[in-house]
Write a protein that binds this ligand. Structure first.
Ligand code: ADP
Ligand code: GLC
Length: 509
């Protein structure tokens, strides 16, 4: 038996310790799935106060000095479920109230470049076995711009682990002024077009894209889209150049944390065979949010960050028409203050029909999806999207824009072919596009086929097992050890389906 690869999973957030969005969900649950798939995965995170508080059995494994960082850096080791977790304890960088990237008012921390450079250098030390003498990595799997310097710094090490970099969202690139390079003590030769320079600024994201042995995106369609100028955020040229090294691997979900049959946040559990429980959750939600308690009124819900990416403005634009039907609309999210104000105003203008709950609550996110008939995701772009996967499992039929991971996970009856439909999708990023798909959903809801549609979505398997196998195979490729044939190949761009190629052609037309 070959020894399992040792994989260091480096990220800025992981549920349940710290989460601002889907990155936290993925990094909180994929390492456990990898361990179940036979990978010796360990997680490394910044030691935010919440991470320290969430890992009671921490012990110190090393005290380091890190270039570019003034204070002490301690590496501590604990366990989250079955997963060993290293925390990079650099109090100057991470011991402060607020979020992982921004203060309570949403303003980015002014020293983010330094904070995540310190983190990256500590990750490198742990990966090389220079912190915990008992463990070194064969592969470092780094996620999003916060860890982009890790592949760039490791590329300079003569005896280094292989590197995999996953793009969760190309729109957030970690761009800083050129001077940051010197301030962070980064090697001068990294400042080049083949390196970290991006239009005169320092790009952490480019460190991952240019230097990692393998790059992945969180869905096959997004892997294709980011190679086009429309979705490439200025990095499509580099991604096309590295196309042979780029693959799309669809995210999974934690089916224990999101299980309507055993969810402690719900007023009553339910599953695909017993949907009465869902009706009770709907009634409870309507009551709690001050909506008219009406079982027949279609309850449409949006859960997510209130940002342009998510198409909240499209939802706002479609509200007057939506409210001409019997529909009720719930929005639960946090983000852009102007969008939040517009949603509050929409609630004030249609009391009992619209509820805008601005804020962050994990329980409420579960309750909204359990109570909703339809989940709206009119995203302008969506690298993968997890909310539609949770919605499927909670019997809230997704209505999504056909982009990124939404296109890969929601099957519209019009494009179903031999597959079974699970939701509705639209192409045009306009309120009318959204309205057209919602009206098809509402017509379907009035038919006897609706329960089958709901049940089909609930029965689908979006657990991590398959993606974990795909990552495991990719680690083998990164190490130059192809996995045995029994493991399914990831859907790499070389294997793009004809329809995806057509989509790229359309997108770049
Ligand atoms: P993204 O990562 O772009 O925000 P995803 O769909 O991948 O989108 O993941 C969003 C995650 O964040 C989901 O777990 C969702 O439930 C959660 N989430 C988003 N907004 C909120 C909120 N206001 N309260 C609680 N959970 C939220
Ligand atoms: C990003 C993307 C989202 C994806 C998540 C997890 O935040 O916006 O689409 O699901 O990462 O990969």
């Amino acid at each position: 038996m070959p020894t399992p690869p040792r994989v260091l999973f480096a990220a800025a957030e992981a549920q349940p310790l710290v989460k601002t969005g889907g990155l936290g969900d993925v990094c909180g649950s994929l390492p456990g799935a990898l361990r179940r798939a036979g990978v010796d995965a360990r997680l490394i995170l910044p030691a935010y106060p919440a991470a320290i508080a969430g890992l009671p059995d921490l012990r110190t494994v090393a005290a380091l000095r890190v270039a570019g960082h003034h204070g002490p850096v301690t590496i501590r080791l604990g366990r989250l479920g079955g997963v060993p977790v290293y925390l990079v304890d650099a109090p100057e960088a991470f011991d402060r109230p607020g979020g992982p990237y921004a203060d309570f008012s949403g303003r980015d921390w002014a020293d983010n470049a330094r904070r995540f450079a310190t983190f990256a250098r500590a990750v490198v030390r742990v990966a090389l076995g220079r912190a915990d003498v008992a463990w070194r990595a064969d592969v470092v799997h780094a996620h999003d711009w916060h860890t982009g310097l890790v592949p760039a710094l490791l590329a300079r090490e003569p005896r280094r682990p292989a590197t995999v970099f996953t793009i969760h969202n190309l729109a957030y690139q970690g761009l800083f002024e050129q001077g940051a390079l010197g301030e962070l003590g980064l090697p001068r030769d990294l400042w080049s077009l083949d390196g970290l320079e991006f239009h005169g600024r320092l790009s952490f994201m480019k460190g991952g894209l240019a230097f990692a042995d393998r790059v992945t995106a969180v869905s096959p369609t997004y892997a294709v889209e980011i190679c086009t100028p429309q979705a490439g955020c200025g990095l499509d040229g580099l991604l096309r150049h590295r196309r042979e090294r780029l693959a799309g691997i669809l995210n999974g979900i934690d089916v224990d944390a999101w299980d309507p049959a055993r969810d402690p946040a719900l007023v009553r559990p339910f599953d695909a065979r017993a949907l009465e429980g869902k009706a009770e959750n709907k009634r409870a939600l309507q009551r709690a949010l001050g909506l008219v308690e009406d079982a027949r009124a279609p309850l449409l819900a949006f859960v997510g960050r209130l940002v342009e990416q998510k198409g909240v403005d499209l939802l706002l634009g479609s509200l007057p028409a939506l409210l001409r039907s019997q529909a009720q609309v719930v929005v639960h999210g946090t983000g852009d203050a102007r969008l939040a104000d517009a949603l509050r105003a929409a609630q004030a203008a249609a009391p009992g029909r619209v509820a805008a709950v601005v804020g962050y609550s994990e329980d409420l996110a579960h309750q909204v999806l359990a109570g909703a008939d339809v989940c709206l995701m009119p995203s302008r772009f969506e690298p993968c999207g997890l909310v539609q996967l949770y919605a499927l499992r909670y019997g809230a039929v997704p209505v999504v824009r056909r982009t990124g991971g939404l296109a890969d996970t929601v099957v519209d009856p019009d494009d179903a072919g031999a597959r079974r439909a699970t939701g509705f999708s639209f192409r045009e990023a306009t309120p009318d596009g959204l309205l057209e798909a919602v009206s098809r959903a509402l017509r379907a809801r009035a038919t006897s086929g609706w329960t089958d549609l709901v049940a089909e979505g609930m029965r689908q398997d979006h657990s991590w097992a398959r993606s974990a196998r795909e990552y495991s195979r990719l680690y083998g490729l990164a190490l130059g050890r192809p996995a045995p044939r029994t493991v399914r190949a990831p859907r790499a761009p070389q294997a793009w389906s004809r329809s995806l190629r057509r989509q790229v052609a359309l997108a770049s037309a």
